[in-house]
Design a protein around this ligand. Structure first.
Ligand SMILES: Cc1cc2nc3c(=O)[nH]c(=O)nc-3n(C[C@H](O)[C@H](O)[C@H](O)COP(=O)(O)OP(=O)(O)OC[C@H]3O[C@@H](n4cnc5c(N)ncnc54)[C@H](O)[C@@H]3O)c2cc1C
Length: 347
């Protein structure tokens, strides 16, 4: 299906931004590939759109083809799962739990499509797709052919991958996962908050359904499950990634935190780095839940979600994002980096 001058705001969870010059909706892999080839042959800018839950689209819209991936396919073979890119991720997670399979149960409730999950290596509550993805089938725009990338070739890291590093190269068609049959039990509960909520020790498994439902409850309490009636969920989820600091940056940050008599959360990260919490930084820099008085404010349930209260433009949202980024830099010397993909705009 092709539409011209098509509004994009309703196709995103932030519900803001301008129209697409051309919007193509593809329901088969063949249609996806044909649309990409046609845009590339015409030298037309291309934006691949899944559920629109990690996108900030500028107010002038997109001056090219937006390809909306609406393919379907949930193929289970033993503990192996193949999802078509257009499958709704949260529904697919629930189905794996119903089949008694562990591996992605803590990723319940994350909005968007299956095809986008490897792009930023989605993660929550101690799980990320990098742990269970075995292969990604993608159309390689540079080679002009369908390729299969192994997990190693995906180069996953915290909220990052080869697909994010080279955004104009791959269009994900299918994602393959190796799940686990643990006799109805989840993978070990890794996250302290989830363990507390479930009344177990960190590292213990629980019944799969319990894990899935607990995550949905915790997420809903933070406005992290989509609910059209609740403006706290008109967001792109976490707006900033958790900063990963080098030893030197971490020491400088600790000194500034100590001046304010604050002890910051710290988690070991690869290469001698330390990860701290963006939500903590935002809160302690003076931007509490619900901060802001304009059409874009922080969520009243979570300091990390920037939300559209109904009539916000992309510029309103970015103005708030810049104020927060600059405030955190001034208070703690830490540079916050946006997690959502910016289309035609920059922080
Ligand atoms: C309320 C809320 C809670 C959230 N919670 C979490 C969370 O806990 N953890 C987390 O990691 N994220 C979270 N997110 C962010 C978001 O849901 C994920 O990043 C999700 O995977 C985005 O999927 P999407 O289909 O909506 O992608 P889109 O927003 O449509 O696209 C995002 C990017 O991926 C690209 N893309 C999409 N599909 C494909 C494809 N098939 N091939 C190639 N590129 C593609 C797009 O071009 C774009 O660059 C949350 C978002 C919201 C709104």
């Amino acid at each position: 299906m092709v539409e011209l001058d098509a509004p994009l705001a309703p196709l995103t969870t932030l519900r803001l931004g301008g129209p697409a010059r051309r919007l193509v909706t593809a329901t088969t892999d063949e249609d996806v590939i044909a649309a990409v080839r046609a845009a590339d042959a015409a030298g037309e800018p291309l934006l691949v759109l899944g559920g629109g839950s990690n996108l900030v689209i500028g107010d002038t819209g997109f001056p090219g083809t937006v390809l909306r991936i609406a393919t379907s396919g949930f193929l289970l073979d033993g503990t192996g799962l193949e999802l078509a890119a257009g499958e709704v991720w949260s529904e697919a997670v629930t189905r794996t739990v119903e089949h008694g399979l562990a591996g992605i149960e803590f990723l319940a409730g994350i909005p968007g499509s299956a095809g986008a999950t490897p792009v930023q290596n989605v993660g929550a509550y101690g799980q990320e797709v990098a742990q269970s993805v075995t292969e990604v089938v993608a159309y390689d725009r540079r080679a002009g052919e369908v390729v299969t990338l192994s997990r190693a070739a995906c180069e996953f890291s915290y909220r990052h991958s080869r697909f994010k590093a080279d955004p104009d190269r791959y269009v994900v068609l299918r994602v393959r996962f190796a799940l686990e049959d643990n006799g109805g039990l989840s993978t070990p509960v890794r996250y302290a908050e989830t363990a507390r909520h479930l009344g177990v020790e960190q590292g213990e498994p629980v019944a799969l359904r319990e894990a899935h439902d607990a995550v949905l409850r915790l997420r809903a309490g933070k406005g992290m499950v989509l609910d059209p009636a609740d403006h706290d969920t008109w967001s792109a989820g976490s707006f900033f990634t958790n900063p990963v600091l080098s030893a030197e940056q971490y020491d400088a940050f600790l000194a500034l935190a100590a001046e304010r008599e604050l002890t910051a959360p710290a988690y070991p990260a690869p290469d001698g780095c330390t990860k701290t919490s963006a939500a903590w930084l935002i809160d302690k820099a003076g931007f509490g839940k619900g901060y802001g008085s304009g059409p874009a404010t922080l969520s009243t349930k979570h300091t990390l979600a920037l939300t559209n209260r109904g009539a916000a433009t992309a510029e309103d949202l970015l103005e708030l994002a810049r104020e927060i980024r600059d405030g955190v830099r001034a208070a703690f010397g830490v540079e916050l980096v946006n997690e959502p993909v910016m289309v035609g705009v920059a922080l």
